[in-house]
Design a protein around this ligand. Structure first.
Ligand code: ADP
Ligand code: MG
Length: 485
């Protein structure tokens, strides 16, 4: 029955509502009851005073007992009370209800002085009748026995009418309680819905995602915990969707990039079997091409494996204090043959920079990748420039200066610049993605993984890599690394 969060919430709200109403109600009833009882007793007291005075006046005027009896009867029926006279021995001498004649008035149980007159209250139990509550004006000091003291007047009403005086308020109280219950139940339902509703949405959206529909969005209606849950869910759904898309792209790219060399190898194998390739020279040529294609596939697979290993942190970065100029010179030497072959020169502008804490082997991969790209994209006769600096003022590049100032102090930057190539703005943000190539037709030995590897390694060193490119000056990649100091 209480399977859902919603019904649990409603049930607990209802329990709380009824408990607090019961507590507040009984406390309130208790107070109202005491107050109403007191009010009724005071009313009786207020009535008894003028009646007593009137009686005295009557007696003094020499009214006959019959007249007095008539007077008391009239008053009793008008005021809906029972009037009793008691003599100085507290014996009842007159009773408009008659059954109490001759009995003694019990001692009062309570007394109160109001404006110099003391009123006394007590309880009477006439035989065969409902108990009565009476009030009497305490007789003053004139009962001295010299004159026979006049009888005292007592007002009596059924005890029930005093103790249940508060019941007059009961309908009002019940109405208020019912209204309170209705309003609180409405609020409870609304609260339960506002909590359970979004949770249900999250559940449904998760189920949809499990079925492969990643386009999930939950409207965020508030900033509380429930709203935060919806926001986090939306973020997660977006991320999962993005990762799923990346995975699909990756598969598509890998299969596409493997298909070309495989087709080529298959073609040569076919040509060898059906005798299209006959001479030893043709065999040697085919074998060389097959070797190259296999090498290309091996590099692609290795790069991919390497990337995923870096990404998942499986390749440890062994940091050592490292002099960047030495490392950069080694990298330049490595690409020199390729550059000379393309008719370019590579220039290294040395400047004293602080050491960095880095893995030399990985950093070499970074700069060789950048230099390889630069050499590939520089027209013949161009000069590829590499320079390292640590001082903001040394760079002419304002953006880089700003970026450096924003980052923590103690950074070393390495710029790899080549003239004659321009990466259009619509591509520049994407070139660090896996398999992203600006010019897809250049299928030489380009995999589109080089810059992805560069970025992963630099980030593993807590560094950043940026790129700037314009048609006039060419393309500049800048790697920022935290210095060792
Ligand atoms: N120096 C450069 N000048 C112009 N374009 C570049 C330069 N470096 C990289 N690119 C572009 O970025 C793409 C991605 O580079 P990279 O990840 O190294 O892949 P690859 O070199 O295998 O093509 C390249 O295909 C090229 O279009
Ligand atoms: Mg490359």
């Amino acid at each position: 029955m209480f399977g859902s969060l919603r019904s649990k919430l409603i049930a607990s709200y209802l329990i709380v509502i009824f408990l607090s109403l019961a507590l507040a109600g009984s406390g309130f009833t208790y107070l109202v009851r005491a107050y109403q009882t007191q009010l009724r007793l005071n009313q009786l007291g207020d009535l008894s005073l003028p009646l007593t005075f009137q009686l005295r006046r009557f007696e003094r005027a020499g009214a006959s007992p019959l007249e007095i009896d008539q007077f008391l009867r009239d008053q009793a029926s008008q005021l809906h009370v029972r009037l009793i006279l008691v003599n100085s021995q507290h014996q009842i001498t007159h009773d408009t209800g008659t059954t109490l004649l001759g009995q003694y008035l019990p001692a009062p149980s309570d007394q109160r002085t109001r404006s110099a007159i003391t009123l006394e209250w007590g309880r009477l139990e006439p035989p065969g009748e409902q108990p009565l509550t009476f009030v009497i004006v305490e007789s003053g000091g004139d009962r001295d026995g010299a004159h026979p003291a006049p009888d005292d007047l007592a007002l009596a009403v059924p005890e029930q009418s005093v103790s249940s005086a508060w019941l007059q308020m009961a309908p009002g109280l019940t109405g208020a309680a019912i209204l309170a219950v209705i309003i609180s139940i409405a609020v409870a339902l609304w609260l339960a819905r506002s909590i359970a509703g979004p949770l249900g949405q999250v559940t449904r959206a998760s189920e949809q995602m499990a079925r492969g529909d990643f386009e999930q969005f939950i409207p965020v209606g508030s900033h509380d915990e429930v709203g935060q849950l919806a926001t986090s869910f939306n973020t997660m759904a977006r991320e999962v969707g993005r990762m799923h898309q990346t995975m699909r792209d990756l598969l598509a790219n890998v299969s596409h990039d493997l298909r070309t060399p495989l087709t080529s190898i298959e073609g040569f194998a076919q040509a060898m079997t059906d005798g299209t390739i006959k001479t030893p020279d043709e065999y040697a040529d085919a074998a060389r091409i097959i070797g190259e294609e296999a090498d290309r596939m091996r590099r692609l697979v290795e790069d991919l494996l390497y990337l995923s290993k870096i990404e998942s942190g499986q390749i440890p970065i062994q940091r050592k204090s490292l002099q960047l100029p030495d490392l950069l010179q080694a990298c330049v030497r490595q690409v020199q043959p390729q550059a000379s072959h393309a008719g370019l020169s590579v220039e290294f502008v040395a400047a004293p920079v602080p050491a960095v804490m880095a893995d030399g082997h990985r950093l070499q991969q970074v700069f060789v990748n950048l230099l390889d790209n630069a050499v590939k994209h520089t027209p013949s006769g161009g000069i590829v420039q590499v320079r390292a600096y640590s001082d903001v003022s040394q760079t002419s590049d304002l953006d880089a200066a700003r970026a450096r100032r924003k980052s923590a102090p103690g950074w070393v930057a390495v710029e790899v610049h080549n003239p004659g190539s321009h990466i259009p703005p619509e591509h520049i943000n994407r070139i660090f993605e896996r398999f992203y190539r600006v010019d897809r037709s250049r299928s030489d030995d380009s995999s589109g993984l080089g810059l992805a590897i560069v970025r992963e390694i630099v980030q593993a060193h807590d560094g950043r890599v940026t790129v700037k490119s314009d048609a006039a000056t060419g393309t500049t990649f800048t790697v920022y690394l935290p210095s060792a100091a």
